[in-house]
Write a protein that binds this ligand. Sequence first.
Ligand SMILES: O=C(O)CCC(=O)C(=O)O
Ligand SMILES: [Fe+2]
Length: 414
Amino acid sequence: MDSAQTAPPEFTKAAVAEASKNAQTPYRDFYRSGEPYTSLMQHNPWLRPPRPDEVLQYGEGRYFDTTVAEKHDYWKDKNLPSPTKDLAQLRSDFAQWGYCLIEDGTSPEQTQALHQRVREQAAAERALGIAYLQTAQQQVWSLVNKGEMFVECMTHEPSSVQAGPLIEQLLNEALGSSWHHLSFISNISYPGCHPQGMHQDQSLVGSLRVLDAPILVNTIYILQDVDEVNGGTLIIPGSHRLYCEGGGRFGEVPPAINLKAPAGTIMLKDGRVLHGGAVNHSNDLRYILTNSVVRPFIRQQELFHLTIRPDILKTASDKFLWRCGFQATAARSMVEGFGYFGSGKPGDPNGSTANARIAMDENRYQWLGPLSMQDVESSSIQESTLTQLQSQFETHRDQARSLMQQIDAVDGEV
Ligand SMILES: O=C(O)CCC(=O)C(=O)O
Ligand SMILES: [Fe+2]
């Protein structure tokens, strides 16, 4: 049927365009506002990021022209976080300043192993010409596939990250225990690189005002001593609160510092804190790992459902699969409806979508398409993967079957 000919005239493209001229569009205006960065740049012109072709200027008070807290006039007496193993102190630093520093989060051997693995990977990606680079840094994506130790970091195994249990506790407190991984990458600042623009890692919410709590926490593995010379991350301590206090607008913000911390420190950072990659004034590359985790309704930066190597997926632990988003509920991540009965908890067979991905990897996934009552007579429908997943993994289906029969009786012949 040609709907263009039969549809009411108000629905034509021309009529819709005409009726949209000079319309009141409060939501569109809100989404296009560019907040929180519009107010931030308006009230703090020194935060303007350099253009890619710009020669960096010093002595003008720009945000990247800074130093570590202990040498900074504004910050030196402010009692900012320093590396500690004390959970109460970490918890309070995180709430007050938006970040905390876990001392010896990785042991010297663990730090060395992570550093070495990521250096080798990054060098090989550059040599192959497949590296992802910007004026600010090289980024190595999908660490999940690039070494067993990274998988272990994602489930906080003490064998790869000795502070794992403590990190898990703080993440659970900040985000609720159902958080999942957004991404796990390496950020490599190279000599002479530009700074990143100052940003919130949870910028994915755009201008929406998520003020009460973070929806993202970044776990930053510091693999070398960092400071103002080799590009210790730029950070504006306490800026997570400024945005809240302004009701979702920034006013004037305090100056940025460079992070100073020894190798092996792990920084947990609230997704609302203003920060960015710094200039690297040294002759060496500066490596960190950044593992952002988020509330589970958020679409992942790295699409783990498609990214994870089949061999890793097949042998993965329940905890790993859960954290990578392979536990569906009726609210998220269902495959053809499978997952509708999922609790969202680790190991719940009702919500485990890894089995669907494995069937796809093995080229045996059969999708359901349009159905008619004739299909019900044929046996081919029993071959659909959904049917198999339901019979193997759903524990609620028998109950649902009797309800289906009751409804069939009402609907009659189709
Ligand atoms: O490289 C750094 O120090 C920070 C990187 C960062 O903030 C980012 O890539 O989001
Ligand atoms: Fe960031």
